[in-house]
Design a protein around this ligand. Structure first.
Ligand SMILES: C[S@@+](CC[C@H](N)C(=O)[O-])C[C@H]1O[C@@H](n2cnc3c(N)ncnc32)[C@H](O)[C@@H]1O
Length: 278
């Protein structure tokens, strides 16, 4: 198993969206391009309001854990939430998150934190947002326990991991399709991922999605994800998203993209609640 130091070293040198963007990291163009691709491509054009904390009291404290380049905390700020915290394992992520917030005139308190052992007091936040983070860390289970610990009683969290969807399950039998897609110009640009479709090992495909030197990328079935969450939370809702259509060598109709995003998304999202203690 790879170590947290290897994970930190990778993300320090390869913050999200760097290596794929046309623009210099930290510029407004970089953030706008990232937002357009994240919502338009990965979420098929739909910013799902289930990602937002609910009820949305203005003063509710929200932690964006593993904030990356600040997409989520900025979206929350733009929607009027004003007691925002963002944390990441790497200083580069915090730097790029601060620049993103500044670019939109928003504020949040930023913290360097390891999700596996956070320095926040127990029972601190009303909501934790943690998208695409805990499948990159060695001890995913402890990270979930930590999210529960820092939440107030009755607080909520939105957590996502890579989903072992039907496409991944079937891939070992049809991976010759990957050769065809690559020949036609499919794949992902930058971060050493151009030949992602040539891999037959699905764990390797999942790891490679974030870059060829990414040390850890795990995927889960719905049952495995629920088992991890059930130990600490009441599960309110589970849903899918994330179909990066830009990796295909041809354009697909919007309606098909939306269907794939909803039914064959590569990420699984859970809205969970920490049980209330009277
Ligand atoms: C794929 S990016 C996701 C960023 C962001 N959540 C988003 O959805 O745009 C993964 C981020 O998780 C961070 N990360 C990985 N392991 C972590 C850990 N143990 N604690 C905190 N952050 C971590 C990485 O530094 C990186 O910024």
């Amino acid at each position: 198993m790879k170590s947290i130091d290897q994970v930190r070293a990778f993300w320090e040198s390869n913050p999200l969206w760097t290596g794929e963007s046309k623009h210099q990291a930290g510029t407004l163009l970089f953030y706008e391009e990232h937002r357009a691709v994240y919502i338009g491509d990965c979420f098929a054009g739909n910013f799902d309001i289930r990602f937002l904390p609910s009820p949305q009291g203005q003063n509710m404290s929200v932690l964006d854990l593993g904030c990356g380049i600040g997409f989520w905390v900025t979206e929350f700020g733009m929607r009027g939430l004003n007691n925002l915290y963002a944390a990441d394992l790497t200083s580069q992520a915090l730097k790029l998150t601060q620049k993103r917030l500044d670019a939109y005139g928003l504020k949040a308190e930023l913290n360097l934190q390891n999700a596996e052992s956070m320095s926040f007091e127990s029972d601190t936040f009303n909501h934790v947002n943690c998208q695409g983070v805990i499948h990159h860390t060695p001890d995913t289970e402890t990270s979930i326990a930590e999210i529960a610990r820092v939440l107030k009683s009755g607080g909520t969290a939105s957590i996502s991991v890579y989903y072992r969807n039907l496409i991944l399950k079937l891939w070992p039998y049809v991976h010759w399709l990957g050769w065809l897609l690559t020949k036609l110009g499919g794949g992902l640009k930058g971060r050493g991922r151009e030949e992602i479709f040539l891999k037959s090992d699905i764990d390797e495909i999942v790891r490679l999605y974030d870059g060829d030197s990414n040390p850890i990328g795990k995927s889960y079935t719905r049952e495995q994800f629920e088992d991890l969450l059930k130990k600490h939370f009441v599960i309110q809702e589970i849903y899918l998203h994330f179909f990066p259509a830009r990796s295909l060598p041809f354009k697909i109709p919007k309606i098909l993209h939306r269907w794939l995003d909803k039914h064959l998304g590569f990420m699984i999202y859970a809205t969970v609640q920490k049980p209330c203690v009277d």
